[in-house]
Design a protein around this ligand. Structure first.
Ligand code: FAD
Length: 387
């Protein structure tokens, strides 16, 4: 058993950390408040190769795995820059295309994802289906060689900054009559595709959208893998990297909050010469949050190494547990950091309350804590499904 990063992974972690610190949380908040994106940071990370660490070298990537991408997500978040689109574009879209796209699709999309010049966002959630993906209502039907896709998606992150959306639809299987998932790479300028921004209570430079697909006509090669049999494995291929990297982002955010709080409590004095951090009523909640974040990190990197070793089923269990644990730990860390700052905790200047919305959302998305508990109850504990 070995808990150490390789020298290359340590180098990557340190380099990403220093990039993140050069931008910092103030930059992230200013962009969000101005309604702008963190474009400079994204492009610089792309030029330095950090956005494509998990993409094969033949397509311009770093040839690493989800472990490397998790390090990138964690370190940027630990510097105060939790970038949700890392979870969507390099983690989900690049993995799905690498593992299940055709050669032509890999050549077309991966180089742009690797250098960050292109983003592909991910659309599965629908207003009526919610957590129950079996009820997806976005339908793809064949028309000659083309596909025509119609439906509605919600909470889709980053549509306004992406060239394409990876849309999860369903088709009717002519042989069995069963409905199957099918993934399409849809250009964001395709006729019939429109979107409207959702007002969210999350301070973030990345936004969520309602997406409307109204008879969007796509060529045959927009279907990932160009085979309907690729749909289900392609969808599952994207879910483990999504859970692992979103957890890494949460762990980084937790670390960031605890670091801010520790600095503050070590220097703030309101009772004579003693710091407020000397009072255990202040330091113990912080220490407790630090323990929870560190425990979650162990599960994140266990899940990432299982995934990179090709042990998908075990990575699925560990990735869900990591996502659950980190969602709780990050929310606890940020809430505790706000509390120990007193009034300063609610100011923008101290840069902790600015993360409350994001960590709260981390207990809901991309998969809610309840759905993870359902998964663990059924698949680990062998309980009957109640729904
Ligand atoms: C910031 C943010 C970004 C997002 N980005 C994207 C994106 O880029 N692409 C995308 O496709 N989606 C995205 N989503 C959507 C997200 O994945 C969903 O919100 C999430 O999967 C929950 O679905 P829902 O909102 O429909 O909740 P619902 O399914 O309506 O559930 C509501 C509540 O009921 C609980 N619940 C439902 N069923 C059960 C059950 N059987 N047992 C116990 N509890 C249950 C849920 O846990 C939840 O607490 C994003 C959401 C947010 C908040």
């Amino acid at each position: 058993m070995n808990f150490d990063l390789t020298p290359e992974q340590e180098q990557l972690r340190d380099a990403v950390r220093s990039l993140g610190r050069r931008y910092g949380h103030r930059y992230f908040v200013e962009k969000a408040k101005a309604g702008e994106h963190t474009t400079e940071l994204w492009h610089e990370a792309g030029r330095l190769g950090y956005l494509g660490v998990n993409i094969p070298t033949e397509y311009g990537g770093g040839g690493g795995g989800i472990t490397e991408l998790a390090l990138v997500c964690e370190e940027l978040a630990a510097a105060g820059c939790p970038l949700l689109l890392l979870v969507v574009s390099p983690a989900i879209a690049a993995t799905v295309i690498t593992r299940h796209g055709t050669d032509e699709q890999r050549k077309r999309y991966l180089p742009g994802l690797a250098d960050g010049s292109q983003k592909i966002v991910f659309a599965i959630t629908e207003p009526e289906a919610g957590s129950n993906f079996h009820r997806l209502g976005t339908v793809a039907r064949r028309d000659g060689d083309d596909w025509v896709v119609s439906g509605r998606k919600c909470y889709i992150s980053g549509v306004d900054e992406a060239g394409h959306v990876l849309v999860v639809a369903r088709t009717e299987d002519a042989a069995s009559g069963k409905l199957k998932p099918a993934l399409f790479v849809v250009p964001t300028d395709a006729p019939g595709l429109t979107w409207s921004k959702l007002d969210m209570e999350i301070l973030s430079p990345e936004n969520q959208f309602l997406l409307y697909l109204d008879d969007v006509r796509l060529p045959a090669d927009a279907l990932v893998g160009q085979s309907l049999d690729a749909g289900l494995p392609a969808l599952f291929a994207g879910l483990n990297p999504e859970r692992i990297t979103v957890a890494a982002m949460g762990a980084g955010t937790g670390r960031y909050a605890i670091e801010r709080a520790s600095e503050y409590t070590a220097s703030r004095k309101v009772w004579g010469g003693r710091s407020i951090g000397s009072h255990q009523g202040v330091s113990h909640p912080l220490a407790h949050a630090a323990v929870q974040v560190e425990l979650a990190r162990l599960m994140i990197y266990k899940a990432a190494s299982l995934y990179d070793a090709g042990r998908d089923l075990e990575a699925g269990v560990a990735g869900n547990m990591a996502k659950y644990a980190t969602g709780e730990a990050a929310a606890l860390a940020v809430d505790t950091a706000v509390q120990v700052h007193g009034g300063a905790g609610m100011t923008t200047e101290y840069g902790v309350a600015t993360l409350l919305g994001a960590v709260r959302a981390g207990r809901i998305a991309p998969v809610s804590r309840e759905m993870i508990l359902n998964f663990v109850a059924q698949h680990v504990l062998g309980q009957d499904k109640s729904y």
